[in-house]
Design a protein around this ligand. Structure first.
Ligand SMILES: Cc1cc2nc3c(=O)[nH]c(=O)nc-3n(C[C@H](O)[C@H](O)[C@H](O)COP(=O)(O)OP(=O)(O)OC[C@H]3O[C@@H](n4cnc5c(N)ncnc54)[C@H](O)[C@@H]3O)c2cc1C
Length: 381
């Protein structure tokens, strides 16, 4: 057991920290207010190799792996959790899906462009009537000769507003329900595809969240990702990777909230002394630090399992996503409390961290769904 990151991992994570401070920090408040994604920063992160961290070098990636990726996600999320989730979607939900389920031709075509940020990708599973229960999705793909014709609307797609390629899930055999779903790779210029409503959100406002609309959208059968009717397998296997990214996002947000709280508690004077001298607040800070520490190591362990080639890390990624997201909730709640009324104001960073944290308990499976996944794994062991 080695708790030390390698020199290479440290260097890459430190590079992300510097990038976040120099390129993300100056714009995050303005873009949060305007609800605008920092696409230029995402492209720049691609040029630096941060969008291909788990992709083998053969396909243009850095192949650094999930541990380094988790560290990078922490650093980006500390500063701008909305841009960070764009990085997470590209690495985990798009690239990892292609690496695990793509054909050789698909990998050669898509991955070299995705890892550099030339193309951005997104992952469209959710629909109005199919959130926690993707098996009930209504979007349909009907075979027509060598093609499939896609119809339906996907909800809440991260990176949707600027994605060049969409991984989307459709029913290819309604009677089979969850076992009749297939995944497709859809380039944005495909006739019949359009981006729909852009969502107005509580948090991660520097990310893009949109509807994706498919109207008689014809796509060749070679654009199937994975086997026909095995789409749920593709979705769930991909989400195992994605949850590591979201856990890292939660850890980053919580780390930032803790740092802000320590700084504020030392500066703010009440009753003639800094808040930091009140034992009640010291205990709050201590509990926050313990929470962040525990989540960080759970996260790195799940990422290490992925890097070690474990076939399944479903339970571990669900555990770290569940714990890290609920941990970030507790930590951000305390951080705002330590800031008193000022924490409620937009002038203070904890206000945004408090809003940004909330989504980590919802997307890529709500906390309730993570508990179901964990319980199912336990009962099957
Ligand atoms: C900002 C944002 C970005 C997103 N990005 C993406 C994306 O890129 N791609 C994508 O496909 N989706 C995305 N989503 C969708 C997200 O994954 C879903 O919102 C989430 O899975 C929950 O689905 P739902 O919103 O339909 O809630 P519902 O499934 O309706 O759940 C409502 C409540 O019921 C609970 N619940 C549901 N079923 C059960 C059960 N069996 N047992 C116990 N409790 C249950 C849930 O935990 C929740 O508390 C995004 C969502 C948001 C808000």
């Amino acid at each position: 057991m080695d708790f030390e990151l390698s020199e290479e991992q440290k260097m890459v994570i430190d590079g992300a920290k510097k990038f976040a401070e120099k390129e993300l920090a100056p714009r995050v408040e303005e873009l949060d207010a305007k609800q605008e994604a920092n696409v230029a920063a995402l492209k720049a992160l691609g040029e630096l190799g941060y969008l291909g961290m788990t992709v083998p070098e053969d396909y243009g990636g850095t192949g650094l792996g999930a541990v380094a990726y988790a560290g990078v996600m922490i650093e980006l999320s500390k500063v701008d959790a909305g841009t960070a989730v764009g990085v997470s979607v590209q690495n985990s939900l798009v690239n990892d899906a292609l690496v695990m389920y793509g054909t050789e031709a698909q990998k050669r075509h898509y991955l070299p462009r995705l890892v550099t940020g030339e193309w951005m990708g997104c992952f469209s599973l959710t629909e109005a009537g199919a959130g926690s229960d993707p098996g009930s999705l209504r979007a349909v793909a009907v075979r027509d000769g060598q093609d499939f014709v896609l119809n339906g609307t996907k909800n809440f797609t991260t990176n949707g507003g600027f994605a060049d390629v969409v991984i989307a899930f459709f029913s290819t055999d309604r009677e089979k329900g969850a076992k009749g779903i297939s995944a497709f790779l859809i380039p944005k210029e495909t006739p019949g595809f359009a981006v729909g409503k852009h969502e107005d959100k509580l948090g991660i406002r520097t990310s893009s969240t949109t509807e994706m609309v498919f109207t008689d959208c014809r796509i060749p059968a070679e654009n199937l990702l994975g086997q026909e009717n095995k789409g749920l397998h593709v979705a769930l296997g991909t989400l195992d990777c994605g949850r590591i990214g979201i856990a890292a996002q939660a850890v980053g947000i919580a780390e930032a909230a803790l740092e802000e709280s320590v700084r504020y508690a030392k500066q703010r004077v009440q009753f003639g002394k800094p808040l930091a001298e009140f034992e009640v607040l010291q205990f709050m800070l201590a509990d926050m630090a313990v929470d962040v520490e525990v989540a960080t190591w759970m996260l790195y362990r799940a990422a290490w399992m992925k890097d070690s080639g474990a076939k399944r890390f479903t339970k571990e990624s669900a555990i770290c996503k569940l714990f890290a997201s609920e941990m970030a909730h507790r930590v951000c709640h305390k951080a705002l409390q330590i800031h008193g009324g000022y924490g409620f104001m937009k002038d203070y960073k904890v206000e945004r961290l408090y809003r940004d944290q909330r989504i980590t308990e919802i997307y890529e499976g709500t906390s309730e769904i993570q508990r179901l996944v964990i319980a199912r794994s336990l009962l099957a062991e």
